[in-house]
Design a protein around this ligand. Structure first.
Ligand code: FDA
Length: 305
């Protein structure tokens, strides 16, 4: 896992991979395409299976304000595409470092605020993804400010990572404001004073936090491919007479498609995170880090082509 996370930050390998045809073919397992048309097409195909989507234009840690503004333009075009397809159940996910957070947090907030205004007009929703722990507090503070603006309630939400020790407290604060949360395990490398190092502790916290979310009266997303986490959620919902329509399961594009379909079949709201764009490398490497066997699986499928 650590090796793939380290590789995800390797600039030379990133440039080489993103430009090569082979790299693009490899990434297509987890990335819906390079263009906006391709991602909309993927969302429409999911919708035909009864699956909603959250569209993500790949990119993170931009280094100039122009890059940040360019990233925002792509999101405005995505929101336009959603607005002109009122029957499509889609929203967007953004990363603050893609909106200039490392350069100027004020710029990032201005940009995301513009996206939330657009989402309000398009009657959809902006989810701010959670990145490494150096951004946790700033992300929470920004989302709370944006959510508190008149008209924005229910149109902007956040992600909480079950591997962080602080998450229970953060959920208390955010649900107190009425903010929608996506709960995931967490995909970055964190020190043990901030995050549980052992999978069993992350899993136990995930279950505990799921209970906290499902009893909050707010529509949240439970984002996992882990069958144990999904079974625990389903059991809790059953035993506590929670309406399955008051939350959704979320998964990543290309991962456990069988499970995605079976949740829909069983009547659960299901949403898939659909990333697209040329800057796929760090995202792709984090997916390999979660399941190194994927590297072998992808190599085999390329050899078969
Ligand atoms: P876990 O990693 O324990 O895996 C359980 C099982 O799921 C595996 O045994 C395997 O069967 C399957 N699986 C998991 N990952 C797989 C993969 N890559 N390929 C194939 N099978 C796989 N993280 C973050 O830090 N910030 C964020 O904003 C988000 N956003 C986000 C959105 C959505 C919709 C999802 C589903 C996930 C995220 N994540 C994230 C990523 C998340 O933190 C986590 O790294 C992955 O979801 C993997 O964790 P699981 O809960 O799936 O369990």
């Amino acid at each position: 896992r650590s090796a793939f996370i380290a590789l995800s930050r390797n600039a030379a390998l990133r440039t080489f991979s993103e430009r090569s045809q082979l790299g693009r073919r490899m990434s297509s397992r987890f990335v819906a395409g390079m263009t906006l048309d391709e991602v909309v097409h993927a969302a429409e195909a999911l919708q035909r299976l009864g699956i909603a989507s959250t569209l993500d234009s790949l990119g993170e840690n931009v280094t100039t304000p122009n890059e940040a503004r360019h990233s925002a333009d792509i999101y405005h075009r995505l929101l336009d595409a959603i607005q002109t397809r009122p029957t499509m159940n889609a929203n967007v996910s953004v990363k603050l470092t893609q909106m200039g957070m490392d350069l100027d947090p004020g710029l990032a907030e201005e940009i995301v605020s513009g996206l939330v205004d657009h989402a309000v007009a398009a009657n959809t929703f902006v989810r701010v993804d959670m990145e490494g722990s150096e951004y946790t507090k700033a992300t929470i503070d920004m989302v709370r400010r944006l959510h508190a603006k008149p008209g924005n309630r229910g149109h902007v939400g956040i992600v909480i990572q079950a591997y962080l020790h602080r998450s229970q407290e953060d959920i208390r604060t955010l649900t107190g404001d009425g903010i929608r949360i996506r709960l995931c395990k967490g995909a970055y490398k964190e020190p043990s004073n901030l995050a549980f190092p052992e999978k069993k502790d992350v899993d136990a916290n995930f279950v505990k936090l799921t209970h906290q979310l499902l009893t909050s009266g707010i529509y949240h997303g439970i984002a996992t491919h882990d069958e144990d986490m999904i079974s625990a959620t389903r059991k809790f919902v059953r035993e506590n007479n929670i309406d399955p329509k008051t939350f959704e399961f979320q998964m990543l594009y290309g991962i456990r498609r069988d499970l995605q379909k079976s949740l829909v079949h069983d009547g659960y709201n299901t949403r898939v995170y659909v990333p697209f764009g040329t800057e796929w490398y760090p995202y792709f490497m984090r997916r390999l880090a979660e399941r190194p066997a994927n590297a072998l699986f992808i190599a085999k499928s390329l050899l078969k082509q």
